[in-house]
Design a protein around this ligand. Structure first.
Ligand SMILES: NC(=O)c1ccc[n+]([C@@H]2O[C@H](COP(=O)([O-])OP(=O)(O)OC[C@H]3O[C@@H](n4cnc5c(N)ncnc54)[C@H](OP(=O)(O)O)[C@@H]3O)[C@@H](O)[C@H]2O)c1
Length: 239
């Protein structure tokens, strides 16, 4: 059975960050779903290219997708699977002395503002009266309530900002699209270029398993869950 059984037959999906480990696995999982009517994969290498640091490229990608969809409001699933952990020479930071303004600004631009601009341009493509699912990949370390170890200032703060953008967008999107569900998702520790320098011997999920987990969580979310922050197993994470 399709993992996304809650979406209509022939649903269309878009994945931003399709070159990433988790983004690529999401594209493969959606391509393998017989009920999926098409997966549109965007990255800095797609045509058109989408660069989070260039709003015009995000707008162009959304306009391109609009032309590919069967009609207005034809996008039922959007996942922004982009993200960067190592952003500068002392990143991720261990202590206050490691903070560098350029690194902090870059983290905000890539991990928070870029995905917010993706929501700005792509949420317009969601249906008005049908179920739709939107996820941004966040990280548990973006939780302020769960932060007991400190460190990783830029990544933590940019993911916390991403969560706030997502939550705020969910409130606005619900006004016109009451069946849409927007969520910030923590994929767990996953084998990828992003995690490789920091996981050491820690247990890490493979990208295909992580993708399946994320789609399962999304499938189970209801409009009352919209704007929330959830882990790979469906449990809610403290802000
Ligand atoms: N892996 C983990 O253990 C883990 C844990 C918690 C949260 N996460 C989150 O999960 C998400 C996916 O991570 P991942 O592990 O799959 O990492 P990844 O393999 O390094 O993928 C990161 C993706 O972000 C894209 N990206 C970076 N800068 C970009 C830009 N300027 N414009 C457009 N795309 C850009 C990369 O594109 P290029 O190929 O062009 O560089 C790539 O597609 C991230 O948000 C990460 O924070 C991961």
């Amino acid at each position: 059975m399709s993992t996304l059984a809650s979406l209509p037959e022939g649903y269309r999906a878009a994945v931003i960050g399709a070159t990433g480990a988790i983004g690529g696995a999401l594209v493969q999982a959606l391509q393998a779903d017989a009920r999926c009517g098409g997966v549109h994969a965007f990255s800095r290498r797609s045509a058109p290219a989408l660069d989070l640091l260039d709003e015009a490229s995000i707008a162009t990608a959304a306009a391109h997708l609009r032309e590919q969809l069967p009609g207005p409001g034809g996008l039922h699933l959007l996942v922004c699977a982009t993200g960067v952990l190592q952003l500068g020479p002392r990143s991720p930071e261990k202590r206050l002395a490691d903070l560098a303004p350029e690194t902090l600004a870059r983290a905000m631009a890539l991990n928070a503002i870029g995905p917010a601009l993706v929501l700005k341009h792509f949420c317009e493509l969601l249906p008005l009266k049908e179920r739709a699912l939107v996820a941004v990949l966040s990280a548990r370390v973006g939780s302020i309530g769960d932060n007991r170890k400190g460190g990783w200032y830029a990544y933590r703060a940019s993911k916390a900002a991403l969560n706030q953008f997502l939550h705020t967008a969910a409130i606005e999107v619900a006004r016109k699209r009451p069946l849409a569900v927007l969520a910030a998702l923590h994929p767990g520790t996953v084998q990828s270029g992003l995690s490789a320098p920091i996981i050491g011997d820690a247990e890490a999920t493979t990208p295909p398993v992580a993708a399946a987990n994320l789609l399962r969580v999304l499938n189970g979310l209801q409009p009352t869950d919209s704007g929330g922050f959830f882990a790979w197993d469906g449990t809610a994470i403290a802000w």
